[in-house]
Write a protein that binds this ligand. Structure first.
Ligand code: CP
Ligand code: NVA
Length: 302
């Protein structure tokens, strides 16, 4: 297994399933009160260029539950000193680095120049920790046979969708993106993930086509962090793509509703949908803890 967690494409299908199995075990042990101090005395540095609730808390709590510590750096990389120099400093003190950055290249540079594991906690391009946790939730609700599932992602072809496409390039999930024209995913990521896809990866502007037979309907904010200036324009463009009861009715009757959170209630999703019994958004948030502990313990042990 590679030493960093930056993109799901860096892992084999067996390695991804192994991480999901490990996350499941850690969750079960935690619920049973069994301590697992797999990272006793180890320290994780957490770099945040962008806001966070879930990622920040779950990495910090995860390190605590693994017997280690997390230290926080709120900064903009590349301004006070070069990213390679940040990496060369951190590797002298800590056993792992977690980074949430704007530029994906900055996480790649940290990984290149630090001898300790680097974990991608969201960049403008990818959000692999989210999708690992989400896959764990899907397994809990629908079993581990992803080939029997269709996930319809409604909204922007953004970092969260990109990581779903990378997941579908490794495990046989059927993925459909329903987006407004002009908001398709990165063409390079789409071409590569489609070439390697184990299931199907469909991109459509047609809501009925995208939602047809979907077992899970996923959405995310219309303007991601860093796109705040576009928020008003996007609000108009994306409004036909709001996940509301009428849209959910186009999917399977028992379709799950998923969202990485934070949600903009009344924009990309209505209260009725996010608060419905089919919504598993807080299960997703819960599993961020367990999935990331599996990543941390796998990369930082030894
Ligand atoms: N889903 C997610 O990454 O949440 P935060 O931005 O709060 O970390
Ligand atoms: N696409 C969103 C995800 C937030 C967890 C963003 O990048 O802001």
């Amino acid at each position: 297994m590679v030493g960093d967690f930056i993109s799901l494409l860096d892992f084999s299908p067996d390695e991804i399933v192994g991480l999901l199995d490990f996350a499941e075990l850690l969750k079960r042990q935690h619920k049973e009160g069994i301590q697992h101090h797999l990272l006793e005395g180890k320290v994780l540095a957490m770099i945040f260029e962008k806001p966070s609730l879930r990622t920040r808390l779950t990495f910090q709590i995860g390190m605590f539950q693994l017997g280690g510590h997390a230290v926080l750096i709120d900064t903009q990389l590349g301004q006070r000193e070069s990213v390679p120099d940040v990496a060369r400093n951190l590797e002298r003190w800590v056993d792992g680095i977690m980074a949430r950055t704007y530029r994906h290249e900055h996480v790649l540079q940290l990984a290149e120049h630090a001898s300790v594991p680097v974990i991608n906690a969201l960049t403008d391009k990818l959000h692999p920790c989210q999708i690992l946790a989400d896959a764990q939730v899907l397994r809990e609700h629908r079993g581990g046979d992803f080939s029997s599932l269709k996930l319809a992602f409604v909204g922007d072809g953004n970092n969260v969708f990109h990581s779903w496409a990378e997941f579908a390039a490794r495990l046989p999930l059927n993925l459909s993106l329903v987006c407004p024209p002009g908001y398709e995913p990165d063409p390079q990521i789409l071409a590569q993930t489609r070439a390697e896809a184990r299931g199907t990866i469909e991109v459509t502007h047609d809501i009925e086509t995208g939602l047809k037979d979907a077992d899970a309907v996923y959405t995310d904010v219309w303007a991601s962090m860093g796109q705040e200036e576009e928020a008003a324009a996007r609000e108009k463009i994306f409004s036909p793509y709001q996940v509301n009861a009428a849209m959910m009715a186009l999917a399977r009757r028992d379709a799950l509703f998923m969202h990485c959170l934070p949600a903009h209630r009344g924009s990309e999703v209505t209260d009725e949908v996010i608060d419905s019994p089919h919504s598993i958004v807080f299960d997703q948030a819960e599993n961020r803890l367990h999935a990331q502990k599996a990543v941390l313990a796998t990369l930082m042990r030894g």
